[in-house]
Design a protein around this ligand. Structure first.
Ligand code: SF4
Ligand code: FES
Length: 292
């Protein structure tokens, strides 16, 4: 056998002997990776168990026989710093029960669609930090409103009251559209009505109001605040102001308010609702004063 041939044969032999050891190394690697993955999973599970927050969510569905009896469902959601109540409810829906129903949209306290009764107080779920609440966190639909399903309430009555005060600008003193002129108001007037224009129609105030709960026709704090915005706008004529005060002075208008401040306390936009109602009461009195 030539030396060259012997060398080739030795190399081939070495290769076949190495193969099983390479496989062994691969197997070892795979086992280690599996072990690591299992450890990560176990750590995550331990983290979850340690950091999970218990939420109790109101459930009711008139269309499903088994769910017609109102009840609370418990969910455990993993907590992360900065998590809001809305995040928790979304987690519960996405991971545990896709039939859990609630409204939300902007997730930044702008659309007003996710006002719930959280731990006994009307609050926007997207604005309320889970970490600030006592456990278990109780999440219910807004009180004093008909429940459509789970956390969704019927807002029709609230919207009717809002529209009853004609919440739109009606001045006839508008510039000719061809002039492309802005209809300006004074800075002072802007400051005066600024807060009232922040309303996002969430209905938290209406739901917190004892008077509204007992008198279905009461216009309610949100609608009165909306009327305030226009009645106090100096771009509308005096005649229109009178018209608005007439709406507000009616039997179920401003005089129903008993100055309990509950609306002001829950308003997520910090609108001084009770103050606005009191001011309108004073305007209504002035409106009716007659001097002989
Ligand atoms: S006044 Fe405040 S609480 Fe009432 S509907 Fe508007 S934003 Fe919501
Ligand atoms: S989701 Fe829009 S106000 Fe909360």
């Amino acid at each position: 056998m030539s030396t060259q041939k012997a060398k080739v044969e030795t190399e081939e032999q070495a290769e076949t002997e190495e193969k099983p050891s390479a496989e062994r190394r691969l197997e070892k690697k795979r086992a280690k990776a599996k072990e690591r993955a299992e450890k990560v999973k176990a750590d995550e599970k331990a983290d979850f168990e340690e950091n999970a927050v218990q939420i109790k969510v109101f459930r009711y569905d008139p269309e499903v026989a088994a769910k017609q009896e109102p009840r609370f469902d418990d969910f455990h959601v993993p907590y992360e710093k900065g998590m809001t109540v809305l995040d928790a409810v979304i987690y519960a829906r996405d991971h545990y029960d896709s039939s859990l129903t609630f409204r939300h949209s902007c997730r930044q306290a702008v659309c007003g669609s996710d006002a719930f009764f959280i731990n006994g107080r009307q609050q926007l779920a997207c604005k309320t930090q889970l970490g600030d609440l006592e456990e278990p966190v109780r999440i219910e639909p807004l009180p004093h409103q008909d429940v459509v399903k789970d956390l969704v309430v019927d807002m029709d009555h609230f919207y009717d009251q809002m529209h009853a005060v004609e919440p739109y600008f009606q001045s006839e003193d508008t510039p000719d559209s061809s002039e492309l002129e802005e209809q300006r108001q004074t800075r002072e007037n802007r400051e005066k009505i600024k807060m009232s224009s922040r309303c996002i129609w969430c209905a938290a105030c209406m739901s917190s109001c004892n008077i509204a709960a007992g008198d279905n026709d009461y216009l309610g704090p949100a609608a009165i605040n909306k009327a305030y915005k226009f009645a106090m706008d100096d771009r509308e004529e005096e005649e229109l102001k009178q018209h608005r005060l007439n709406i507000l002075e009616q039997e179920h208008g401003v005089w129903r308010c008993q100055t309990q401040f509950s609306c002001t306390e829950v308003c997520p936009k910090d609108i001084p609702l009770t103050e606005h109602i009191q001011e309108l009461k004073r305007e209504a009195v002035k409106n009716n004063l007659k001097f002989w």
